[in-house]
Design a protein around this ligand. Structure first.
Ligand code: CP
Length: 315
């Protein structure tokens, strides 16, 4: 593994899942592996889970950890080559990535979707330029269009909780007052496709995900039909891919409620968090026995620990 920015970087998914399970069973078994090594995590937007779980994972492997919020604490970064930097950008990504590479052994990078320019977001311009100029492996802590550490933890959680060999997993769009990226949904679909599940995606008309992610999958605009017999209900808002970045009003009744959960096969409720209560999901579901959102967040530690170990093994 040269880096970790999508499921395509994973040669053997079952080995990675098995390693994550082993880390959970005994988180301290490799405390010497990262001795003398440093993880530097750079964030272009806020984070609670990704930041703390990845920091904890690195520390469990004996690594030092440095964290920087680039938006508030760093210089404005220029991405274009050959530009005359006489505007607001003070540091070129070439120097930024090169310098950080000299301070650490692995870089964790969280970028963001502009939600303005679909082509640039889906080209992952910031993540890819940083990787191009870095000289150490880069782990995605979420990018414009993918969130692989979240998806690994999600898949691990589904495997732990599944009652059947091939559970029915429903990815349902949920309401949200602000336009959000498609990263979590895209990534979840990729990881579910690689696993033994029956995946159904449901969303209101006009909120289709990118064709490259959903081609060949069952997609319905009827949420009730999708929820019927579900073993897992993964709720997530995303903004429009076709009318890029636009959020839509009028679908508040897509919130997940206790009544909707009764349509499932005593299904488990999942969300990557943070979640807006009584907008995305009702208090009763989130606080009830079907919710496994805290187990998901817990597994973020072992997902990150497994990925970091694989990178350290190859260093
Ligand atoms: N799920 C997730 O990535 O949470 P944070 O944004 O808090 O890191």
């Amino acid at each position: 593994m040269k880096g970790f920015t999508s499921i395509q970087d994973v040669a053997r998914l079952e080995d990675l899942l098995s390693l994550a399970r082993s880390m959970k069973a005994d988180p301290h078994q490799f405390t010497m592996l990262g001795r003398g090594k440093t993880l530097c995590m750079l964030f272009f937007n806020p984070s609670l889970r990704t930041r703390l779980s990845t920091q904890k994972a690195a520390q469990l492997l004996g690594m030092h950890v440095m964290v920087m919020n680039l938006n508030s604490d760093g210089w404005n970064i220029e991405l274009e080559d050959g530009t005359t930097m006489n505007g607001s950008s003070k540091e070129h990504i070439k120097e930024a990535a090169g310098v950080v590479s000299r301070y650490c052994d692995i870089i964790g990078l969280r970028t963001f979707a502009s939600l303005d320019d679909r082509d640039k977001d889906y080209e992952e311009v910031l993540m890819n330029k940083f990787i191009a100029h870095a000289t150490v492996p880069v782990i995605s802590l979420e990018s414009a269009t993918l969130h692989p550490l979240q998806s690994l933890a999600d898949l691990m959680t589904i495997r732990e909780q599944a009652r059947t060999h091939r559970p029915k997993v429903v990815l349902t769009w949920a309401p949200h007052p602000k336009a959000l990226p498609q990263a979590v949904a895209n990534s979840f679909v990729q990881w579910m496709r690689a696993s033994e599940v029956d995946l159904v995606i449901t969303h209101p008309p006009g909120l289709e995900l990118a064709p490259r992610f959903v081609e060949g999958l069952k997609v319905t605009h009827c949420q009730e039909e999708a929820l019927e017999g579900a073993d897992f209900v993964y709720a997530k808002n995303w903004s429009s891919y076709t009318d890029y970045g636009k959020s839509v009003a009028g679908w508040e009744d897509w919130m997940i409620t206790e009544e909707k959960m009764t349509m499932t096969h005593n299904g488990k409720f999942m969300h990557c968090l943070p979640v807006r209560r009584n907008v995305v999901v009702s208090d009763a579901v989130l606080d009830g026995p079907q919710s496994i959102v805290l187990e998901q967040a817990h597994n973020r530690v072992y997902a990150a620990q497994a990925v970091l170990k694989m990178l350290l093994d190859e260093a």
